[in-house]
Design a protein around this ligand. Structure first.
Ligand code: SAM
Length: 231
């Protein structure tokens, strides 16, 4: 899968995506990530990407021409939808990340200042996505959140795919408490069941303690299945 990001601060993406599972996936060629400087697509000596809002008001707005030029330059490399990060957009959820991970790529446009000229939304964007009901100063951090959430769902990015199923909101009912050695630390003991070696009991305990996204009916079915009974 290929991610192309358009930003006035493309340099911030390199450090974040040189580490961890996504960094390894990029180094190994499973994921391609290119951050493009919006100013490279702005005409003139001053490479101006913003201007005052029509109708007045504070701040500046990102001009449409450089964004159209950037997306048109990227398009031959990336057939995926154009996504705008906007605070009022569709909320990013695990379900949305799963849908987007089936795309061949994403072209992500990061806003700044007072936002993006609305003609970009009208003519280029397939969707607007928000990472939550608060306002950040730019779309770069939301773009990183989106890329990380989607990239780890691309097959082969996370080495052991079982770990995706056991994530919070994953299929396996994840988000259960995790422990490692030592078995006791400052009077806090690891639950006995996890030390028991009884895999059925461990699976039931984990389902009962899943904190992320397993519907009650699904949970009861799975507990029944690990008990060898039907609820
Ligand atoms: N004028 C906008 C408003 O009325 O909310 C705020 C613009 S904000 C200062 C600048 C840019 O940050 C936005 O265009 C968007 O790209 C990004 N941004 C801010 N908060 C965001 C959020 N919660 N989710 C996604 N993007 C966000």
């Amino acid at each position: 899968m290929r991610f192309d990001v358009v930003s006035i601060f493309p340099e911030v993406f390199g450090p974040v995506f040189s580490v961890g599972v996504v960094g390894r996936a990029i180094a190994g060629g499973r994921i391609a990530l290119a951050a493009h400087d919006l100013r490279d697509h702005a005409p003139g000596r001053h490479r101006q990407v913003d201007d005052e809002p029509f109708g007045g008001g504070p701040g500046m707005v990102l001009k449409p021409e450089p964004i159209f030029a950037a997306v048109e330059a990227i398009r031959p490399l990336n057939p995926g939808p154009v996504v705008l990060l906007e605070p009022w957009g569709e909320r990013l959820t695990q379900r949305l990340a799963q849908d987007l991970a089936r795309q061949p790529g994403l072209i992500i446009v990061c806003g700044r200042y007072e936002g993006i000229d609305d003609r970009v939304r009208q003519a280029l964007a397939a969707r607007e996505i928000s990472i939550g009901d608060y306002v950040l100063s730019g779309g770069e951090i939301p773009a990183m959140v989106l890329i990380d959430a989607v990239a780890r769902l691309v097959p082969g990015v996370v080495g052991d795919e079982a770990s995706l199923a056991q994530d919070a909101f994953g299929e396996g009912g994840g988000g259960y408490p995790q422990f490692t050695r030592p078995a006791e630390w400052r009077g806090l003991r690891v639950p006995e069941v996890l030390l028991s070696g009884d895999h059925g009991a461990i699976a039931r305990w984990r389902l009962e303690h899943a904190r992320g996204g397993v519907a009650d009916s699904q949970l009861m079915t799975r507990i029944g299945a690990t008990n060898g009974t039907r609820p």
